[in-house]
Design a protein around this ligand. Sequence first.
Ligand code: KIV
Ligand code: ZN
Length: 512
Amino acid sequence: MADKLIIFDTTLRDGEQSPGASMNKDEKLRIARQLERLKVDVIEAGFAASSNGDFEAVQCIASHIKDSTVCSLSRANDRDIARAAEALKGANSARIHTFIATSALHMEKKLRMTPDQVYEQAKQAVRFARNLVADVEFSPEDGYRSDVDFLCRILEAVIHEGATTINVPDTVGYAIPELYGNFIKTLRERIPNSDKAIWSVHCHNDLGMAVANSLAGVKIGGARQVECTINGLGERAGNCSLEEIVMAVKTRRDYFGLDLGIDTKHILAASRMVSQTTGFVVQPNKAVVGANAFAHASGIHQDGVLKARDTYEIMRAEDVGWTANKIVLGKLSGRNAFKQRLQELGVEMESEGDINTAFAKFKELADRKTEIFDEDILALVSDESITHEHEKYGFVSLSQHSETGERPQASIVFTVDGKEVKGSSDGNGPVDASLKAIETHVQSGAEMVLYSVNAISGSTESQGEVTVRLQNSGRVVNGIGADPDIVVASAKAYLSALNKLHSKADRVAAQG
Ligand code: KIV
Ligand code: ZN
């Protein structure tokens, strides 16, 4: 039997560290459920000690997810570790992932600690964690830029204390595939008890090599766990992308000779969910999940694929969840058909009340748009007003007027703590006027750092999905809104971002 490659997904922790990608508890739970459907082995649900919000998210995911191991990150100190263990109490299978920086640069400039102090703290942290859970991962942060002798010393010691997984991060994305693969190999060869732990790779994408480096860590170094994120989400240029690493190992099983537990049919839905939730759009030419990943535009290619699919295709689009855009439901579809489609799409709603609200919204949409695609349904259920009845701001209605040569005007009605208010303004365009109309009441003082519109299902009949990213007092949040009218979608997205700014959460940065 071939070895198994463990897929450790950190979309909800390292991915979420990307400015603007922060998610609330419900969004995280929805993504965690999709990761479970994907049969991800380990879900890093967050960094429990970083904020109350993160603690609650880890706790909630730990109590709902049954098939994947649920993990919390934690700095190498007793308080963080105890907090992680507490958040993970309800999990079927729990892991604590503790880390401390080991490169000379990080120890001296960031931690202001000597190597001996770091060594002692790492040992103590792993010992403490092992008393709380059986599954403990240790990461030497900035491991790839650390002195190899020191790394051997500290890793041997933490394995001795009971670390079950050793993860070697290329924290700043500096590695080159062959060098990184050999680095892992050297560590495994030199550390006498290295066979007592599973070795893991964790690569950042600053030089665009996170997937290649991770694969080299597996092939050359013998690592059997890869840390990755959906769509490669993550700080700066992101992390190793789950869809790429999984499909590389699966498609080139002849070369890697490794088994995976992943159910790849759910990859595309996971990619869309993460993109819709964070507002990080997937580039069309992105491998595996980009809109063009399986599109053959050139006549020669199309001809070849029609004659024999494998002339130009190395993977089957349906294996990662691509199906032709199909009309799934329409105006006459009933509640049962809608509920069943939600199940097929892997969307679980908390209550019958939520399903009723979503169904009412679906009917409203079906009145305005004859063809309802899966993408429309996914956008509809990610609408916060379904599950967040008690949000501060809620959209009610909007009217706007624009005419060539005249300054556009907009009036909007929205709720503030359940009470309706009306705002009016002019603006450079109808969207600008609508958002300014909201601000006449809210006066948030927030700065808009991103505004983007995307057609959900490709044509002008499609719903527009708008992402608004706002920044205020050092916090960056995303709001998403969808509607066939892009001005309405923009107003919804803006209100959603204001709701997130309103629910304040202070957190400690993982690499801070
Ligand atoms: O990149 C990194 O070093 C990390 C650690 C906290 C594992 O994300
Ligand atoms: Zn990282």
